[in-house]
Design a protein around this ligand. Structure first.
Ligand SMILES: Cc1cc2nc3c(=O)[nH]c(=O)nc-3n(C[C@H](O)[C@H](O)[C@H](O)COP(=O)(O)O)c2cc1C
Length: 286
C-alpha cells in the first residue's frame, strides 16, 4: 500500500518525476513562508544512511536582477537565494551529503521552487564564507532556489543538450538480477519497481548515472560504476559519490512510502563478478 511520506505534501515518486534542473530564474521573490518552511524542513531532516554530520544554510547571495550570478561560471542567471551545505570530512561524507541535499531539493520541488544541483561550475569561496566553513568540512555542492524564467536561457539549453539531460539509461543497463550477467526486467522487479525507477530518474553530475544495482536473496545491493577520468572534473568533491547518495535517497524514500521494510547495511553481498571500475557501496536489507 502506498502512503504519503510525512516529509512531503506530494508523493515522493511524483516529486522525483517533476524535478528538473533550471539555470535561469525569474525576478519574482521567494516567499518568506516558503523560506520558513525550508528552514523548518532542514532543522528536522531524517537521518542519512551513514550518519555523517552535515549542515545546511539558505544563503541570500544578495544578487538583484536578471544577470549572471558571479561564481557560477555564467551558468546561473537571476537567482538570489541558494541552498548550500557543508559535510564533515569522513568515509561516506559525499553519499550522506547527496542523500540529505536531495531530500531538501525534493522539498523545494514540493513547494514549487526550482533548483539546480551545482558541484562543478561553482566558486565555493562565497559559500564557504556564508557557512563559516571549518577546516574539517567540505562544500560538496550548492543549488539556486527560485522560480524558473518562462524560457530557458541559451546557456541552460546548451548545458542540457550537451549532457542529454532529459534522457536516462534503460533498466537493463542499471539493474541486475542475481549478478551483473543478468539484467533485471521491470516486469520481474515486483515491489522494487517504484524505488528502482525513482533511482533511474534521479539527477547526476553531467547525467552520467553511475549507479548499478543487483537484487538477490541477500538484499538490494548498490554499486558505483565510475566514469573514466571523471574524478579530474572537480577536485573539490567526488561528484559520483554524491550521485550515489541521491540514488540511496530516492530508493529509501520511495520504498518507505510504499511501506516496504528495510534498512541500509554493509553486507557480504554475494555478487562475484563486478563490472569494470565498479565498487560496492551499501545494501538495502530486509
Ligand atoms: C552532484 C551533481 C552535480 C552537478 N553539478 C552541476 C554543475 O556544476 N553545473 C551544472 O550546470 N549542472 C550540474 N548538475 C546538474 C546535472 O547536469 C543535471 O542534474 C543532469 O543533467 C540531469 O538533468 P535534470 O536535473 O534536469 O534531470 C549537477 C548534478 C548533480 C547531481
Amino acid at each position: 500500500m502506498t502512503e504519503k511520506s510525512p516529509l512531503f505534501d506530494t508523493p515522493v515518486a511524483g516529486l522525483v518525476k517533476a524535478r528538473r534542473s533550471f539555470r535561469s530564474y525569474a525576478q519574482n521573490p521567494v516567499e518568506k513562508e516558503k523560506l520558513a518552511a525550508l528552514e523548518s524542513f532542514i532543522q528536522n531532516l531524517p537521518p542519512a544512511p551513514f550518519g555523517t554530520p552535515v549542515r545546511f544554510a539558505l544563503c541570500d547571495m544578495g544578487h538583484n536582477g536578471p544577470g549572471r550570478i558571479p561564481g557560477t561560471y555564467g551558468m546561473i542567471k537571476g537567482a538570489r537565494w541558494f541552498l548550500a551545505g557543508a559535510a564533515k570530512n569522513s568515509h561516506r561524507d559525499m553519499e550522506d551529503f547527496g542523500w540529505l541535499f536531495e531530500c531538501i531539493i525534493l522539498r523545494c520541488t514540493d513547494l514549487m521552487l526550482d533548483t539546480c544541483w551545482m558541484g562543478a561550475t561553482i566558486n565555493r569561496g562565497p559559500f564557504a564564507q556564508k557557512l563559516n566553513l571549518k577546516p574539517d568540512e567540505t562544500i560538496p555542492a550548492v543549488s539556486p532556489l527560485g522560480y524558473r524564467t518562462k524560457r530557458r536561457s541559451l546557456t541552460d539549453a546548451v548545458a542540457r543538450m550537451s549532457v542529454r539531460a532529459t534522457s536516462r539509461k534503460p533498466w537493463q543497463e542499471l539493474f541486475f538480477d542475481g549478478g551483473f550477467d543478468a539484467p533485471l526486467a521491470e516486469e520481474s522487479a515486483g515491489q522494487w519497481i517504484a524505488p528502482l525507477e525513482s533511482v533511474r530518474l534521479g539527477p547526476s553530475a553531467t547525467n552520467r548515472q553511475p549507479w548499478r544495482i543487483v537484487r538477490n536473496s541477500n538484499g538490494v545491493h548498490f554499486f558505483l560504476q565510475r566514469f573514466p577520468g571523471y574524478d579530474k572534473i572537480t577536485k573539490s568533491a567526488d561528484m559520483q559519490r554524491i550521485d550515489m547518495g541521491i540514488a540511496l535517497c530516492h530508493f529509501e524514500l520511495v520504498a518507505r512510502e510504499a511501506g516496504l521494510p528495510g534498512q541500509w547495511e554493509t553486507v557480504a553481498h554475494g555478487v562475484d563478478e563486478l563490472l569494470p571500475r565498479t565498487e560496492y557501496v551499501v545494501s538495502w536489507v530486509f
